[in-house]
Design a protein around this ligand. Sequence first.
Ligand code: GLV
Ligand code: MN
Ligand code: MN
Length: 421
Amino acid sequence: MSEWIKLASQVIERCACLAECTEEPGHTTRTFLSPPMHEVHARIRRWMEECGLQVRVDAAGNIRGRREGTQLSGTLYIGSHLDTVPQAGMFDGILGVLAGIALMESSGPYTFPVEIVGFSEEEGVRFGLPFLGSRALIGDFTPDLLAIKDREGVSVEQAITAFGLDPKCIPAARAESAALGYLELHIEQGPVLESRNESVAVVDAIVGQSRLTLSFEGRANHAGTTPMHLRHDALAGAAEWVQTIERIANQTPGNETPGNEKQGLVATVGRLQVTPGATNVIASHVQASLDVRHPTDFTRKAAVEEMVTAARQIAERRALSILVEPHLDQASVAMDRGLTNLLEQSVAACGFAACGFAASRLNSGAGHDAMVIAPKIPAAMLFLRSPGGISHHPDESVRVEDVAAALQVGHNFLERLGGIQ
Ligand code: GLV
Ligand code: MN
Ligand code: MN
């Protein structure tokens, strides 16, 4: 077995080991600073210390393992996130953190310091706002974020304090101003690499995303006695709107992007909370999430506007009231040209084409920590094939040879970066 395959197998075993740390028995569910994150940190701390990294947890709950460089230089940050969606797979985010640790095990020290970061939050599940961990790294964790509450009424500030951290120290989590760069290894979470029989791809850009909550307010009444024409059914209104979302997304033109054939608008209502939620009561209140993405920010924003207008029109026709709460308007972002070229050279140098693997560039439809980091620190991303194109699902998987390929590329990238320092 090659050294890279051995290291890749260890990365996969460790992903499985962290998947045991969960809020929901029988599934992997881990949101921002929930109790199982203590055990995740304990395991990662051990693995980081075993390869000689200096470990700390910053006040935003990011675990950070650092190795100094042999010369004076800016730091290269390598990372991804440790939180998950509900009932997640084992690899989204986690793989990038464990691959970073594996790279420290297999090589260095370099002329530049390297810091491996396991971000506390990227998915936006608990507080509706994603990237809490990486926002702290770039100094964009503004004090107003501390007041946001989860569905149980616990604020970000309370969650941080309950985890044993001091929210006042969040500014100290900021990366140094002259950082060398940020590298993120991540599963593709889509079908493109598999359809092209490619092992890895270099990310060109990450598409923009909007997240909102829309609340439809009607009137509860008896399901048996209220005639259909006298109802103010919040769920019937929300259901009509969900259909409209799908139609708008299908009708919005896509963009030609490198490697992704045509990337169109995607819009998702992933959560409906129905009140009072009884079989024999007309729904009085529905809270709906909305997630909209497109490579062109103008097209995305115009689609969101059309979707909100549609909600207002549906509500008016049905005599419902509507409340719109925007949470996120994250612009699409290009990866750093210099680091991305270097990553592409690293892929080429590993010679995967010779053994049946090619490599191309790809746009990311998923959001990543690199998305908020890129405007402040030069960032590059490498994708690994997602078998079946499946992610945000327990069936999410990786091939060991693809993880080995990604590690080899990462190693080559670090060597090259050292060479130009
Ligand atoms: C993160 O996984 C996202 O793209 O929603
Ligand atoms: Mn995810
Ligand atoms: Mn992810």
